[in-house]
Design a protein around this ligand. Structure first.
Ligand code: TNX
Length: 486
């Protein structure tokens, strides 16, 4: 059995008899001329070109070429946008999918099965893969507010998401310590509150063109961006910019610590609802995706009625803008429109309101702090990270089942799984990836692969073979003692 260590594990992967495919100078990549297909073709050719050190030409017809990588749309696959088939034989690689996103998933599988012989020769064992995801929402939430991460950092992370077939990048764009997105209706937010972060660092923000660049880079890889403005708590960056959001009328001080739960909006102030309307209307207009996240977590100093009114108002603005609403677990205690997405995280809270919301028609997204919070330390010796939800070693991130984790949640209400990385202690890309890798690969497999096909020992063997890739790209990673690394 040749070394094929695909993560997440596909529905079906069989090596077949016959010689491997060898990528040579004569290999061309063939794709139909529809623009979205050409974009995937260029991405795939670029990938193969970088692996082999020699450009791979993209063409619209095979024209009798002796060695071909062929990308094609096809209906003849199981349901779901991201299903694909990959067949590798001596002289050709055939990739079929129902959509451009499905083609991207297949190209990643191809990339993970390529061996490089060092002299620029790439080989892929003869094989057949038929694959589709278990869950339609497979995400990573990144806190760019506590510490800022640049567009280039996010592009690197998007590459990592694509490599593990994740399809949602959730950006936590605002918090007490900084406001990271420039909104045309409220330019003062970034003017006053973008230049701060935890520990007094320089901060930063994305202007509309940069946000569009992130969205496009993600979209080309079949990844959608879900932007979050966190209200009605976690708002010190907003109240620092606008004194009219506070009862005294005075702006609050800059906050660079890491406490949570102290800041809040006030529903009885006349400036509050116009503020909510402006920021969520702008955010919705600046991102093409179906969803906008309104936060809603950890509001520790507000009575429940006022909380419910503010959450309800923010949600109504998002719906008015034509988007679906996502919020953290706490919004489950407020009246929700059917189809609202509620994101589970707090393992210490009473799950009853969350369960009731799921039973009443909410869609739920599973980000349990003790499994999917990749800012938790691996163990007591991990330098970075927090510990409030415990330690998460690789196996903890792998060995859990989203559909039965919370008793009473109807399995069909679970729309997916999202890892989260909060950045109170993480200041740069290397620190970020040292917490993501290898655990992001584990959560990605939880989200993609059916439970009967998941097996810790098998995963541990495969993930070991991914380390050379992380090294090649230059990602810092954690050498979990639970794995025999090469
Ligand atoms: C809880 S998760 C928070 C964040 C913190 C995180 C640290 C959530 C919705 N709220 O504000 O950054 O814990 O792990």
């Amino acid at each position: 059995m040749p070394d094929v260590a695909v993560i997440p594990r596909p529905v079906l992967l069989e090596t077949t008899d016959g010689p491997p495919f060898v990528l040579t100078a004569a290999t061309i990549l063939v794709v139909d001329s529809a623009p979205e297909l050409v974009a995937v073709g260029v991405l795939a050719a670029d990938l193969l070109g970088r692996l082999s050190g020699r450009p791979v030409e993209v063409r619209y017809t095979e024209g009798g070429a002796p060695s071909v990588v062929r990308l094609r749309l096809s209906e003849d696959l199981p349901a779901g946008d991201e299903a694909y088939r990959l067949v590798v034989s001596e002289h050709r690689v055939d990739i079929d999918a129902r959509s451009a996103a499905g083609l991207v998933r297949a190209v990643v599988t191809l990339r993970q099965t390529v061996s490089s012989l060092g002299d620029g020769t790439l080989t892929v064992p003869a094989l057949r893969v038929e694959d589709h995801p278990r869950y339609a929402w497979r995400g990573l939430s990144i806190d760019v507010a506590r510490h800022f991460f640049t567009v280039d950092d996010l592009k690197a992370i998007i590459g990592l998401l694509a490599h593990y077939k994740l399809n949602v990048l959730h950006l936590h764009l605002t918090d007490d310590q900084g406001w990271r997105v420039h909104l045309p209706s409220r330019p003062h937010l970034t003017r006053a509150s973008a230049g701060t972060s935890v520990g007094g660092g320089p901060g930063g923000f994305y202007n509309p063109a940069q946000l569009a660049e992130i969205v496009e880079h993600a979209a080309a890889r079949g990844i959608r961006v879900v932007p979050e403005i966190d209200v009605p708590g976690h708002v010190n960056a907003a109240t620092h910019a606008y004194g009219d959001l506070t009862p005294s009328g005075e702006p609050t001080d800059v906050y660079t610590g890491i406490e949570v739960g102290f800041s809040r909006l006030h529903d009885d102030l006349p400036a509050t609802r116009p503020f909510l309307r402006d920021v969520f209307t702008d955010l919705a207009a600046m991102t093409p995706g179906e969803y906008v996240h309104i936060g809603g977590d950890e509001v520790l100093t507000m009575d429940h009625d006022e909380y419910a009114r503010l959450v309800g108002y923010a949600a109504s603005v998002v719906r008015d803008a034509g988007k679906k609403v996502v919020g953290w677990q706490e919004i489950a205690s407020t009246p929700l429109e059917p189809g609202t997405v509620v994101q589970y995280w707090d393992i210490n809270a009473d799950p009853a309101p969350f369960v009731a919301a799921a039973q009443a028609g909410a869609h739920v997204l599973m980000s349990p702090g003790s499994r999917a919070y990749l800012d938790m330390k691996y163990d007591a010796t991990t330098e970075l990270g927090l510990e409030w939800a415990g330690h998460i070693e690789l196996r903890d991130a792998y060995d859990w089942e989203p559909s039965t984790l919370i008793p009473g949640v109807p399995p069909e209400s679970v729309i997916g799984v999202e890892a989260a990385v909060w950045t109170e202690t993480l200041t740069d890309l290397g620190e970020l990836t040292s917490m993501l890798l290898p655990r992001l690969a584990a959560v990605a497999e939880v989200a993609w692969t059916a439970p009967q096909d998941r097996d810790w020992d098998d995963f541990a063997g495969r993930v070991a073979q991914h380390a050379p890739f992380w090294d090649r790209v230059g990602f810092r990673w954690h050498a979990s003692p639970q794995v025999s690394w090469p």
